[in-house]
Each structure stands twice: as structure tokens, then as C-alpha cells.
Design a protein around this ligand. Structure first.
Ligand SMILES: [Fe+2]
Ligand SMILES: [Fe+2]
Length: 184
């Protein structure tokens, strides 16, 4: 627990971290909803990338929660917004590029709150996550432009590609079956 922060400063940092966590929780749900839709539309490769980005957001939500716990706060389970459903393929990538762009702008403001209140650890966490959001933005923005500029040609190339992420399943049951934990 950071003893160098005042109670007021810590409350502001916790508010910033929880705001970011709620944005991550929204992104996870939004991207997983899109993952299934895009897969149903048969654009497998795009569905796989959206799922992998959702997994990045899960890691971010957990990183923010860890820092909130370290500061003695309670990680929120609220989503920052309601999931938007039924987007067509073009709308998905416009929406996501905007979302990542807004997230980067907001996280830069929240990083400033951490700096003002003397929490360099949280500041560094925001810095590292902003770098990853920048990669998400670049990907979504590129796909958005391919879809807009190449009309149907880009999507025709993607249609029918596999949606597998290549990730091995993980979790309690899988690990138990592998014998690496007793599960007792
Ligand atoms: Fe994120
Ligand atoms: Fe992101």
C-alpha cells in the first residue's frame, strides 16, 4: 500500500483505475459480441483477431484490478457502456477504431491524474496499456480503411478464412487433466 499518497489522492487514483477497468470490461463484452457476429458472417480471420484483442482487454482489466487491490480498493464489475449489437462488418471496424482512439485519449487523462497524485506505479501501468491500445487502434483503423477503399474486394479475400486463434484451451479443468495441479 502506498503510504506516500494522501487519502484524497488515493481516492482519485482509485477512481481513475476503476474508470479504466470499466472501459476494459465494456471492450471485452463488445469485442466478444462482434467476434461471434463476424464469425457468423464468415470472415473468420477478422473474427479471430477481434477475439485476440478481447483477450488483451481481459489482461488489461486484470492489471487494473491488481493495482486497485494493491491500493486497498475494490475492482468494479460495471461496464462503462451497454454493448452495441448487430453491427455490420463495416460498422464493427469504424466503431472499434473510434473506441480505441477514445480510450487512448481518456487513459492519457487518467495517467495525468496518477502523476498529479504521486502514483508513478499506476502511471507506468497506464503507459504500458496505452501502447497496447495504440496497436489495437492501428489494426482496427487499417481494416476499416481496407473495407472502405477496396469495396468488396478485401472482404471477398477474407470470406471463408478460418476463425481459429490457434490458442490452446486453458483453465482449471484443462490443467487438472494435464496433472500439473492436484485439483484437491
Ligand atoms: Fe485495453
Ligand atoms: Fe484496446
Amino acid at each position: 500500500m502506498a503510504k506516500n499518497m494522501t487519502g484524497d489522492g488515493k481516492a482519485k487514483v482509485l477512481e481513475a483505475l476503476n474508470k479504466a477497468r470499466s472501459m476494459e470490461l465494456f471492450a471485452i463484452h463488445q469485442y466478444m459480441n462482434q467476434h461471434y457476429n463476424v464469425d457468423n458472417m464468415d470472415y473468420g480471420e477478422l473474427a479471430a483477431q477481434v477475439k485476440l484483442i478481447a483477450i488483451d482487454e481481459m489482461r488489461h482489466a486484470e492489471q487494473f484490478a491488481d493495482r486497485i487491490e494493491d491500493l486497498g480498493g475494490e475492482p468494479t464489475s460495471e461496464l462503462a457502456a451497454a454493448v452495441v449489437k448487430g453491427q455490420d462488418i463495416g460498422a464493427v471496424f469504424v466503431f472499434n477504431a473510434n473506441l480505441e482512439d477514445d480510450t487512448i485519449a481518456t487513459y492519457n487523462q487518467l495517467l495525468h491524474v496518477c502523476r498529479e497524485n504521486g502514483d508513478s506505479t499506476s502511471m507506468k501501468l497506464f503507459e504500458s496499456i496505452i501502447d497496447e491500445e495504440q496497436e489495437h487502434f492501428t489494426y482496427f483503423d487499417n481494416i476499416k480503411e481496407h473495407i472502405q477503399n477496396l469495396n468488396g474486394a478485401y472482404l471477398a479475400k477474407i470470406a471463408g478464412t478460418p476463425s481459429s486463434t490457434g490458442l490452446q484451451p486453458q483453465g482449471f479443468v484443462i490443467r487438472k487433466a494435464a496433472g500439473t495441479t492436484t485439483g484437491a
